[in-house]
Design a protein around this ligand. Structure first.
Ligand code: UT7
Length: 318
């Protein structure tokens, strides 16, 4: 893990702002989700803009430059266009003209999917240095008349630079230690966008059976986190930090409790970011690295669950 960076659009939308648009209250939103504010991209500000800004900060924090990057992987469900991949735009904007770039679409689990692919490319010797980004403009696919969904999401981007590093005899392995990904399309109608190029030829809007998603979330999250502990011979006590996908405070608290992870070890940013889908984990990781919580050598568990359903965990040593 060479470094991380993130970017949030300037405009902040509070729960009070939302209560002027739909029949809701700050009290309901905070009590049910823990969200107080979210950032919203400006008109003309695209996912590629957010992703490029986050990537530039991650590169700077890594002490690396565009010439060092072999692969750009962008996790997003809100690409600038149907094609080309938004990753290619970001690659170009960063001034990278070698290697390759592509998008990963796994909704809220996009970042753990992208990290898993990056780890595989590095372990296979296909790449030395990979830029992994999660970037979203969910404000563009929300139905702003649907109070059950529009209060939950926000825009943002986070990025991480992964670099090959030999394992040194007698020292603990650094970087990604385990990856566990899952999906099950039987749940695809519980969280989806009701449009697309092949079906409606429109972009569509996000639709969610919130209670149904909630019902499955804790079990699925606990499953892949338990798999990570089992595969690496580690326990919740070994963890320095638990950095979950930031969808809902109650889901995070219930997952931590079920897993036996102390709440003092949980990084929580949902209050100020809302659910930024694939961007939420790298945004939270960047916050915790910047404020000094995550230190070199720390064992850090990432996990996410979202549309598909998709879910997964990544255990890493920072
Ligand atoms: O990123 C991964 C995917 N997303 C998630 O993880 C989200 C998972 N789901 C959730 O976080 C929760 O289910 C929600 C936060 C979406 C909803 O919380 P809930 O406790 O499951 O509430 P509910 O859907 O059961 O709705 C309770 C009530 C309903 O009214 P009635 O039928 O009880 O009269 C809703 O109509 O709350 C009402 N409601 C609202 N009231 C005020 C729904 N949205 C709102 C709102 N403001 N914004």
């Amino acid at each position: 893990m060479a470094g991380v960076g993130s970017y949030l659009p300037e405009k902040v939308m509070t729960n009070d702002d939302l209560s002027k648009i739909v029949e809701t209250s700050g009290e309901w939103i905070v009590q049910r989700t823990g969200i107080k504010r979210r950032h919203i991209a400006a008109e003309g500000e695209y996912t590629s803009d957010l992703a490029t800004a986050a990537a530039q900060r991650a590169l700077q924090n890594s002490g690396l430059g565009p010439a060092d990057i072999d692969v750009v992987i962008l996790a997003t469900s809100t690409p600038d266009n149907t094609f080309p991949a938004t990753a290619v735009t970001v690659q170009h904007r960063l001034g990278i003209h070698h290697g390759f770039a592509f998008d990963v679409q796994a909704v809220c689990s996009g970042f753990v999917y992208a990290m898993t692919i990056a780890d595989s490319l590095i372990r296979a010797g296909s790449a030395d240095t990979v830029l992994v980004i999660g970037a979203e403009t969910f404000s563009r696919i929300l139905d702003w008349t649907d109070r059950s969904t529009c209060v939950l999401f926000g825009d943002g981007a986070g990025a991480a630079v992964l670099r090959a590093q030999p394992v040194v005899d007698g020292e603990p392995e650094q970087g990604i230690l385990s990856c566990h990904l899952r999906s099950d399309g039987v749940h695809k109608d519980k969280l989806y966008v009701d449009g697309g190029p092949s079906s409606t030829q429109t972009t569509g809007h996000l639709r969610m059976q919130g209670r149904e998603v909630f019902k499955h979330a804790v079990g699925m999250i606990s499953g892949v986190v338990t798999d990570a502990f089992a595969a690496t011979g580690t326990t919740p006590d070994d963890l320095a930090w638990f950095i979950p996908h930031q969808a809902n405070r109650r889901i995070i608290e219930a997952s931590a409790e079920k897993l036996g992870i102390d709440m003092d070890k949980v990084v929580m940013t949902v209050e100020g970011h809302g659910n930024t889908s694939a961007a939420s984990i790298p945004l939270a990781l960047d916050v915790a690295v910047k404020d000094g919580r995550v230190k070199r050598g720390d064992l850090v568990m990432l996990e996410a669950m979202g549309g598909g359903f998709t879910w997964g965990s990544v255990l890493l040593r920072w």
